[in-house]
Design a binder for this molecule. Structure first.
Ligand code: GUN
Length: 305
């Protein structure tokens, strides 16, 4: 039996509709919600992400500004800029796009953002609240994953959840959110012994490792909810062709365009085992930006309580 596909685009659109309503309600009170997205340097992926974040904000009635600095910006100058944004009463959300150039310590930058404007949920104060199970601005990608799981109508409470990957942006907050919803949570990482056996125990499996098609069908418990956070670009090569040999659609894209986007899960084979599964693209991706908009309107509401 084939898994049901979870439609991230549709779920993101419904979140955006609710954000728009909340933005309109704030505007009725004379409050203009605003986010500033900061980019340093010209990493091509970051350019696209930052532009899309600011554009989506404006689409929903949020003032969305991009602040772009040259790759040679000093850490002191960036910290001063963040301090200025902290002190600007018209700004509700600050996002500094990662990665930053090597001369800038990202930890120091994140710790300088005012926690009540930290719409990424990366500040240690917000991370602490999240791990205490308390209300906070929480990281967008794992927040989106919880919404995707909820959209299946399955309960999280009591289920075995396995998160593959322990990054600060996805893996760790993901585990905290699933724990807060009373799942029994395991985090797997590069040193985990017999990772496939642990993954096979999962009723909910979240893959966030950044390795194309790492999760094979044999790592999936029949009927599991499989969420693929991976976004890996494959270029034309004999290895890419071999990797995609079960996925006619992706293989055709690779051959016609010379490149194709794939997740961390071997979707074509996994869908025959899983109960629910997210595609790449169109699964987790659209949720991240929708959750950022939700955090921005939430930050604005809290600041104007
Ligand atoms: N780079 C990749 N993902 C993210 C994210 O969620 N937030 C920020 N600030 N940078 C990123």
């Amino acid at each position: 039996m084939s898994a049901c596909t979870i439609d991230g685009k549709a779920i993101a659109a419904s979140i955006e509709t609710s954000v728009r309503r909340r933005v309109d309600a704030l505007k009725c009170r004379g409050i203009q919600p605003a986010i500033t997205v900061v980019r340093v340097g010209d990493d091509p992926a970051s350019e696209i992400y930052v532009r899309n974040k600011a554009r989506k904000a404006r689409e929903l009635g949020i003032a969305g500004d991009e602040l772009i600095f040259p790759a040679g910006l000093t850490e002191e100058a960036l910290l001063a800029e963040v301090a200025r944004l902290n002190g600007d009463a018209t700004i509700d959300g600050i996002l500094v796009q990662l990665p930053l150039p090597p001369q800038i310590n990202a930890t120091r930058v994140i710790e300088t953002i005012a926690p009540d404007k930290d719409v990424d949920g990366f500040h240690p104060f917000n991370v602490g609240l999240l791990h205490l199970g308390r209300a906070t601005l929480a990281p967008c990608t794992p927040g989106g994953v919880v919404r995707l799981i909820d959209s299946t109508g399955e309960t999280i409470e009591g289920k075995r959840a396995v998160v593959i990957g322990r990054s600060d942006i996805v893996g760790k907050p993901m585990a905290a959110m699933l724990l807060a919803r009373n799942a029994t949570v395991t985090i797997c990482h590069s040193r985990t012994r017999d990772l496939p056996a642990v993954a096979r125990e999962a009723d909910i499996l979240v893959a966030a490792i950044g390795r194309p098609l790492f999760v094979s069908a044999s790592m999936i418990k029949p009927g599991a909810i499989v969420i693929d956070v991976g976004m890996n670009r494959l270029e034309r090569s004999s290895e890419s062709e071999a990797l995609l040999n079960a996925d006619g659609g992706k293989l055709a894209q690779l051959r016609s365009r010379g490149t194709v986007l794939v997740g961390d899960v071997d979707f074509a084979r996994a869908r025959e085992i899983a109960g629910w599964i997210t595609p790449v693209p169109g699964g987790v991706g659209p949720m991240t930006i929708a959750m950022l908009m939700l955090n921005t309107v939430e930050a604005a509401e809290r600041r104007h309580q």
